[in-house]
Design a protein around this ligand. Structure first.
Ligand SMILES: Cc1cc2nc3c(=O)[nH]c(=O)nc-3n(C[C@H](O)[C@H](O)[C@H](O)COP(=O)(O)OP(=O)(O)OC[C@H]3O[C@@H](n4cnc5c(N)ncnc54)[C@H](O)[C@@H]3O)c2cc1C
Length: 504
């Protein structure tokens, strides 16, 4: 068998956070020992150390690596996640659930939300998310995987995980090293480029060693050592749309029972996450530093913990935005090095996952055809901008009184988001000019949950009097409530199927 003589011989990953080790594991799985993969990381510098809530596609990442659920859940102290409960995002006292999976099951060609809307406009106060199996389970802290029968309402939920990102990186490190990835401990102090092409030739470590490779993956986190500091790929700033720029983080002891969902509670100038793991609860207050000081933000967090604090508050600074070119020359950036969107919808690790999948599809040879970078950058920009718009919706569609929230409600928004809101508000239509991660169920949850109520519903709902919309919705809710009771509690499910880890 003849091989491309110009195929890549070596790849160097710079950085060993979640992004670095996810990339290393996926490369090791895909190319085995046919390409030499080296990962450089610095214990002295450390990792961001947050990133605990995920969305359902993480399951396929683990499955592709052949990491089973039991191994993953026990190794990372994971718990299960059915969605996110948003508290205080519409008005200060409102609450809604963004479920994974669908809202019920359509019982007619007319979308379920049109029938719900007709009842709502006629005065029925039942919230839309009561048609969600995820919420029916979450309400009682119950969990179990969906059944494999599309005619059963217990097939309409989906799930992801909360987990300890540090332990996940350790699991992936063992996996990658067992398949030939070589880890180099050391601090990168310099980067050398080839004079003619401008490609990266090698990185130099503080002790003088050099690590050379045909291709580099920049997973150096916010430092963006290769993609920005060396190659100057540029950064597009989105703080005018996503103004939160800091987080104070502090874990605490768990509440008495483990909730199978993340909670995102809005505060006067930001919001707070609550992520239950088997071993502890992760908490963080994300805020806008021009509206609230660091000390007050930390005090708000401390005052609202569910259990005894475990450690001191830790401050993280960031800026919403994306790298103008995530791939430049012979270097692709993955993870925080490629940009940052705040963790409101738990999308960062997902973006790491899709960047890795895209890299594997577009893996170059040593000619470094710029078409690979062009396609990678096009697809990445589309993906990230669609997620960005979904996040902006949460800030823009609020009815809270504080100056921070009034400014968010008044801010100009991206054209495509304005287009979507216009169509939803007028006719309850969900339009999506581009392919995107968040589908109709997610947009419906955020719109209706935050009080964006359309003026009219699909006329077909009235033209089909034989369909008892109100009755069907009622039946669906009753069915879900009864179905939820057949599942164990989240605690019982974990205790029955997975060893409960003793330490963080
Ligand atoms: C407040 C906050 C909350 C978050 N919550 C979530 C969440 O709930 N869900 C989610 O999916 N994501 C979340 N994220 C994002 C998530 O933490 C990151 O996407 C993920 O951890 C990947 O980070 P990383 O590996 O790119 O960077 P890092 O973890 O910062 O790793 C960078 C690596 O580069 C190395 N490095 C840096 N400089 C050098 C150098 N000079 N020499 C050698 N090595 C170097 C470091 O040692 C480290 O190993 C959150 C992020 C923040 C800031």
């Amino acid at each position: 068998m003849t091989q491309n003589p110009d195929r890549l011989r070596s790849i160097a990953i710079i950085g060993g956070g979640s992004a670095g080790w996810m990339t290393a594991a996926a490369l090791a799985n895909a190319v085995g020992r046919n390409i030499a993969v080296t990962l450089v990381e610095s214990e002295e510098i450390g990792t961001v150390g947050v990133g605990e809530a995920t969305i359902p596609p993480i399951k396929s990442f683990n499955a592709q690596l052949g990491i089973g659920e039991a191994e993953f859940v026990t190794a990372t102290n994971a718990s299960f996640k059915l969605g996110i409960e948003f508290v205080g995002w519409g008005t200060s006292d409102s609450r809604y659930f963004h479920p994974f999976g669908t809202h019920g099951a359509d019982f007619d060609r007319v979308g379920l939300h049109h029938y719900w809307l007709r009842e709502h406009l006629n005065g029925d106060p039942t919230p839309f998310d009561d048609c969600s199996m995820c919420k029916a389970l979450a309400r009682d802290n119950r969990f179990g995987p969906p059944v494999d029968n599309p005619r059963d309402v217990r097939s309409t939920h989906a799930y992801a995980y909360h987990f300890d990102a540090g332990l996940y990186a350790r699991l992936l490190r063992r996996y990658a090293e067992a398949r030939g990835v070589v880890r180099v401990e050391g601090r990168v102090v310099d980067v050398a480029r080839e004079p003619a092409s401008g490609n990266i030739a090698h990185v130099r470590l503080a002790d003088g060693r050099e690590v050379a490779a045909d291709f580099f993956v920049d997973c150096s986190g916010f430092a963006a050592l290769l993609i920005e500091r060396t190659l100057g790929a540029g950064h597009e700033d989105w703080t005018h749309w996503l103004p939160c720029d800091r987080a104070v983080v502090m874990p605490c002891a768990n509440a008495p029972s483990l909730t199978p969902y993340t909670r995102a509670t809005a505060h006067r100038a930001g919001w707070q996450w609550r992520i239950p793991l088997q071993s502890r609860q992760g908490n963080g207050h994300v805020y806008c530093s021009s509206h609230i000081g660091d000390d007050e933000a930390a005090a708000v967090l401390r005052a609202t913990l569910d259990g005894a604090p475990l450690g001191e508050p830790r401050l993280l600074k960031f800026k919403a935005g994306r790298r103008k070119r995530a791939w430049s020359h012979n270097c692709v950036s993955i993870g925080l090095a490629s940009g940052f969107l705040e963790p409101l919808e738990s999308t960062s690790l997902h973006l790491v996952q899709t960047s890795i999948e895209r890299l594997l599809l577009l893996l170059p040879d040593r000619h470094h055809d710029p078409l690979n970078a062009e396609e990678f950058n096009r697809a990445t920009i589309n993906e990230v901008e669609r997620i960005r718009d979904f996040l902006i919706l949460h800030y823009h569609a609020n009815r809270r009184p504080e100056p921070f929230w009034r400014a968010c409600a008044a801010m100009p928004i991206p054209d495509e988001l304005a287009y979507k809101i216009k169509h939803f508000t007028a006719h309850a239509r969900l339009v999506s000019p581009h392919d995107e991660l968040f589908r109709n169920a997610s947009w419906l949850a955020a719109y209706l949950g935050q009080g964006v109520i359309p003026l009219s519903y699909d006329q077909l709902a009235d033209a089909r009097p034989h369909v008892d919309g109100a009755g069907q919705l009622r039946k669906l809710r009753e069915l879900m409530r009864a179905a939820a009771e057949t599942f164990p509690t989240h605690d019982a499910y974990i205790a029955r199927h997975f060893r409960v880890a003793q330490s963080a």
